[in-house]
Design a protein around this ligand. Structure first.
Ligand SMILES: Nc1ncnc2c1ncn2[C@@H]1O[C@H](COP(=O)(O)OP(=O)(O)O)[C@@H](O)[C@H]1O
Ligand SMILES: [Mg+2]
Length: 291
């Protein structure tokens, strides 16, 4: 559905994307993961036909994204990384305007009403009064309401609270059921992991790798902080075969990779006072990948 072939785009400052190649199949949810400045937005803007590549090509349904930018926009639902709406209009006016631009279909009006409810957005407020999170909801509603064949979502959960992140994840999973093709960028591994089948990792404009999420999970190491109740339990833990990174008194930092069965067994058989999982940052996932 999306083919990116040796795509390069350099900005005057010498930053951009270099020789990027990957593809997203029809019905696939593809995560585009990388730190700030990696080139995610640049790639998505080329797919939208806002930027012309220096060399290489991007195609959607076999059509060049620059040459056919006008026609292709009809089949794409797009969430920009930076949202700019007309400040004086209300969310409702903006959404109705988008619906008009898309042929005023009654189905779209139904969709938009459902989405407003799910995102719990007050549509009467003018944009200039809206918080970053509210604008993000408005952006998401305008992308999801279109029943588009393809969704291009640039950092879709930025500014959303955890409850709304959950709403977003549910919506993506529903799109997956419908067979929509989704490309979403993120700098957080956790949200990609919940929705995507494959992930492309990009850094400094270059694609490092494309991986199956299921395979990444196998190599994903996790660290846990555990405090045992007494010295006897601490001794048990030391002999358990778990990989201890660090210990001090009754406190341990444990590392696991892939299979958590041993950890669960030890936890069940030992007196544990505290247990805490260290959140896994993107950079660590990158580093682990290299290891
Ligand atoms: N219009 C521009 N002019 C010059 N440099 C730019 C421009 N847009 C982006 N860049 C630079 O290109 C690199 C990639 O940016 P971007 O695609 O926005 O990354 P990401 O979305 O992954 O954070 C960054 O170093 C950024 O500073
Ligand atoms: Mg960006």
């Amino acid at each position: 559905m999306i083919e990116i072939n040796q795509l390069s785009k350099m900005y005057p400052g010498g930053k951009g994307i270099k020789d990027l190649s990957f593809e997203v199949k029809q019905g696939e949810i593809f995560g585009f993961l990388g730190p700030n400045g990696a080139g995610k937005t640049t790639t998505i803007r080329i797919l939208m036909g806002f930027l012309r590549p220096d060399s290489g090509a991007a195609k959607i349904r076999g059509r060049d994204t620059w040459q056919e930018r006008t026609g292709l926009k009809r089949i794409i639902g797009y969430l920009p990384g930076e949202l700019h709406f007309f400040d004086r209009l209300s969310a409702q006016e903006i959404l109705l305007l988008f619906i008009q631009m898309h042929g005023n279909h009654s189905k779209l009006k139904e969709n938009y009403k459902k989405l407003i409810k799910r995102f719990d957005l007050d549509i009467r407020q003018p944009v200039w009064k809206m918080s970053k999170g509210m604008k993000q909801k408005l952006g998401l509603i305008s992308a999801f309401m279109l029943n588009a064949e393809i969704l291009l979502l640039d950092e879709p959960t930025s500014g959303l609270d955890p409850l709304m992140q959950k709403v977003f994840i549910d919506l993506v999973l529903e799109e997956k059921e419908k067979g929509t093709t989704v490309l979403m960028s993120s700098h957080q591994f956790s949200e990609i992991e919940k929705t995507c089948g494959r992930v492309g990792m990009i850094r400094e404009g270059e694609l490092l790798t494309v991986e199956d999420i299921a395979q990444l999970k196998q190599i994903k190491r996790q660290t846990f902080d555990i405090r045992t109740k007494n010295e006897e339990a601490a001794q048990y833990l030391r002999q358990s075969g778990l990989h201890i990174l660090h210990e001090e008194g009754l406190s341990f930092r444990i590392e696991t990779s892939g299979n958590l069965n041993v950890l669960w067994r030890v936890l069940a058989e030992t007196q544990i006072e505290e247990f805490h999982q260290q959140p896994l940052e993107l950079e660590e996932t990158f580093m682990q990948y290299y290891h």
